[in-house]
Design a protein around this ligand. Sequence first.
Ligand code: NDP
Ligand code: VHF
Length: 425
Amino acid sequence: MDDQNAVSLTDLMTDMAAKAKLGAEALRLATPETRTKAILEAAKSIRRREAQILAANQQDQQFARDKGLTDAMIERLILNPARVEAMAKGLEEVAELPDPVGRELARWTRPNGLDIARVSTPIGVIAIIYESRPNVTADAAALCIRSSNAAILRTGSEALNSALAIYAAFEDGLRAAGLPETCVQLVPTSDRYAVGLILGGLDKAINLIIPRGGKSLVARVQAEARAPVLAHLEGLNHTYIHAAADPKKALEVTLNAKMRRVSVCGATETLLIDEAVAAKLLPPIAEALEARGCELRGDDKARALVPSMSAATEDDWRTEYLLPILSVKVVKDEAEAIAHIKTYGSGHTEAIITEDAKAAETFLNEVDSAIVIWNASTQYADGGEFGFGAEIGISTDRLHARGPVGVEQLTTFKYVVRGDGQTRP
Ligand SMILES: NC(=O)C1=CN([C@@H]2O[C@H](COP(=O)(O)OP(=O)(O)OC[C@H]3O[C@@H](n4cnc5c(N)ncnc54)[C@H](OP(=O)(O)O)[C@@H]3O)[C@@H](O)[C@H]2O)C=CC1
Ligand SMILES: N[C@@H](CCC(=O)OP(=O)(O)O)C(=O)O
């Protein structure tokens, strides 16, 4: 980018940040009913604007095809009338969520009579950098309004036209509720220079940055972020089939965990299987996966059982494919499975398949990922599936929230202290 463009983009983003601060203040002081109205009106507007949204999405799909994106990546970009309706319905669900701000979280009285209450509050201005999935624009905007946070949204570049069309519905919703349209703003360019400006914190206007993406984004965030970050990063997830696994559950859960949607961050990327059951369980699981078009890459023991597998390299254990590819390792026991996850996992989601409650508890306790699952698919890593209405994504950070981030996770708190003239000795 030349100097002139850099200056104008810097000006644009600085202006957005200043407006976002005002928006955050307006939201903080608005009633819950006003915020509900903004979201419901945005949902109505999404339905009204369906044709525009779909036309914008067609442009994005063409751009993505010209760019040579994989089918899985194009699939997550696609909108159709059913998906537009699902987006509007999702907003209605968020609108109905209990208001997460202004709640008394705890209250106690000190011996000196001071009455202290911990009360939930919004975070302020949240900037979200996310991938090319159009519904994230709607979900993130609605969750931020519900939780009284102003949002600066930076969509993946392949979804920019769709995001702009969806964003227009939020301008309608905010206006109809009498709130400034700038409570939610969308970065109107795909220039990555804007990402750098967000990571720089925009003169401390940004209270939290949520980056939702893969390796390239991680590297940049780690190098450049100068504002607090709540990382929603890659999901290098494992499913471990324990020696006491039920064969039917092992087959069905593994198939779902890998193949339900291969491009989502909750997809399983590595299958670990106990050597005690590998000879019996791995061949039928491999056959079923291959029949659905999944490529398998295994270690020597796995390949001895399933000769069609290619050899896994060290890189495979470290790769989040987001494709119909699965790495497979036969492990000696649960301890080796847990050690493998500790070495290669990204701290997102891991599952154990077993009928042995003690082994399950060991796994749930010792594996230190944001989500640990017993006898179910890693693809349940999702705020909607957790009952949160929607999600910003899955936090792979340890502070201030872990796992699915919904409205409650978008709040912080303050202390309200009520006295009667006390002075401190
Ligand atoms: N934990 C979670 O909740 C989720 C995590 N993910 C993860 O996202 C990844 C898949 O999505 P994918 O589209 O590949 O994600 P990317 O990381 O490529 O893109 C995500 C966003 O980051 C931006 N970005 C990426 N790299 C850079 C960079 N170097 N400088 C500036 N901006 C950058 C992208 O912009 P641009 O459009 O310019 O490329 C896009 O807006 C997977 O790793 C998946 O696990 C996905 C969904 C949820
Ligand atoms: N957690 C959600 C969304 C995951 C998601 O958006 O993933 P991606 O395909 O990488 O954009 C789900 O499982 O549907």
